[in-house]
Structure formats: C-alpha cells, structure tokens
Design a protein around this ligand. Sequence first.
Ligand SMILES: [Ca+2]
Ligand SMILES: [Ca+2]
Length: 337
Amino acid sequence: MKITKNVFKSMFAVSILGLASTSCEMTNLEEASMESAEILAATGLSSSPNIVYQETFEGSDPFSFAHKQLSEDYSLTIATSPVVDGSNSGRFELNDYDPMVSNGTRAEVLFPELSYNERWYSYSLYLPSKDFQIDSNNDIISQWHQGSGSGSPTTTLRIKNDRFFLKSGPTKEERKDYDIAAVKKDAWNEFVFHIVHSSGSDGLVEVWMNGEKVLNIEGGNMNKDYDLPRWKIGIYKDDWNGSETTDSDRRVMFFDNVRLGNQYASYEEMSSVFGESNTVSPEPEEEEEAVSPEPEEEINPEEETNPGDGSDLTDASNPEAGNSGKPIPGKGHGKNK
Ligand SMILES: [Ca+2]
Ligand SMILES: [Ca+2]
C-alpha cells in the first residue's frame, strides 16, 4: 500500500498525540512515533486527528495506552487470522477456570478517562463458533464503566443466547435492554457507537452495526453521582466467578480496528467498512512506500470493584487534551483524496 506525503504527515501528528499517553516509557518519542505512523500507513486506516486512540494490532504492544485486566499470557494475544486490516488482530481468551482479576472473571482492557462527555467508539468483532458457543448467561463485550471502586457499568454491549443487545440507563432501576441483532459467528461484525454521556435528557447513544444504524437512545445513560465513564472492551463473565458455571466454559473473540474518537469525529471516520471506505487512496505523484509493520442484578456490577485498579493510569498525560480545539476542516471525511 502506498500513501502520500500529506497523509504521512497527518498520521505522524496523530501518532504523537496517541503516544503522549505512554511517553513515560518512551526513550525516543520521535522514533516511536514513526513506528506508529508506519503501522497506520501499512494498515490504511483513518488518519484523522479526531481519532484519539486507535489499536490495529499491527505493533508488538497492543493497548499500550490502556490498563489491562488479564490473568494469563493467553488472555490477550496477537493473531494472524482472522483480520480485518493489516496482518494482525487481537485475540481475547477467557476460560471459566481462569483466575479472577479485580474481583471478576475477565479479560479486558480499560481506556483512560474521558476529558469530555461526547465520544465515538468503534471496533470490529469476530466470534468463532467453536469457542464462542451459545450461553444463556450474559457476556459483556464493552462497558462504559463509572466509579473506580464501587461503580457500575451504566451502559454495556452484551451477548445472551446468541443475540447482541445494549443495556443502558442512568440507574439500576431505569436500565433497559435494547435488542440489536442475532450474533453472526465466524464473521466480522463492526460496531460504531456515538455517545453523549449524560445522566439527563441530553444523553444519546447511537449504535451502528455493519453499516446500519440499529439503535438511537435518547436520555440518561450514566450515573449522575460518578465521573464520566471509562471504556472497556474484551470479555467479562461474572457468572464464572468462583465456582459458578454457565452453559459455556470458554470464550474466544477477535478484535480489530479499535478506535476512540473525539466529539468532532464522524461515522465515516470511525467505520472501517471492511476495507474500502477509510483506506488511503494512492495518488500518482508524491508517493512514498509504506514501511511494513511489524452489572445489575444478573450481572452484579457491584462485584466489579476496582475496575481500574487505576493507579498506573493517570490523566495527567491525557492526549485528548490536545485534541479539544477547533473542529478539523473536512470533518466527516477522514480519508484523504
Ligand atoms: Ca489489524
Ligand atoms: Ca470460575
């Protein structure tokens, strides 16, 4: 794949923003940024500065910006198949016998704190039929989790009986289930979420699945007594805690193109549309070679104490801060032409 110089420059800028969150570990920021830019170039993903965090799994340290809640070496690994873009995806594995992490049976990553209450989120998800068998107990795939100690996930994407659904509401009493679609296994499913996080009437949750808008929920979606939620993805199965069992005992899932966008992002920037829409178009001149990359009653959210453990994450270096300025010209069309 080839990219233009302008694209490369903008990717470079994005990479610096993204890397700010891990700068404490970087001895050579510029070199590391180049690596990230090359990864972005190689995967042909959006170069929009409105994308605050992006994980393509083309590097060696996935979710370097996130707090990881993983119990085993196999809990999160790089996979070469299946993939949406590039050469790799991220493979999460959770078994009933895995040790608990933060008081729960989980393999999850926790994004840094939000600096503003409007954000976009997206990823592609692949569930293998062999290792993701039907279960009448909830799987939580995504959480927007509030409260570092005794909080709860006020909005979650879940699977139950092979159906995707969203659970959302400002309080336990007001939380509702919103059915989305049957789970398609052995195939990629792309989810895009646009959320105005609020406990009041201005709250909004929009969800697209595979290019189609499937939910539009207005009203409160977070608890007014806590700070803005933090995004989590992976797998949380609290019904496996301790000696509890469910219909299944093993969960494997693949993620690719995980993105968090700021309030200026758009659906087009967040969606991968499986290859075409957001890829960088080659131009005949000024080309450069891309470098090859290297819970509620049934969920007991209260049991999920310490979702953050948070001590190793501070928001002092929150890269979102640098991205909160003016809207970017051309917003809504993240690709370069
Ligand atoms: Ca990838
Ligand atoms: Ca268990």
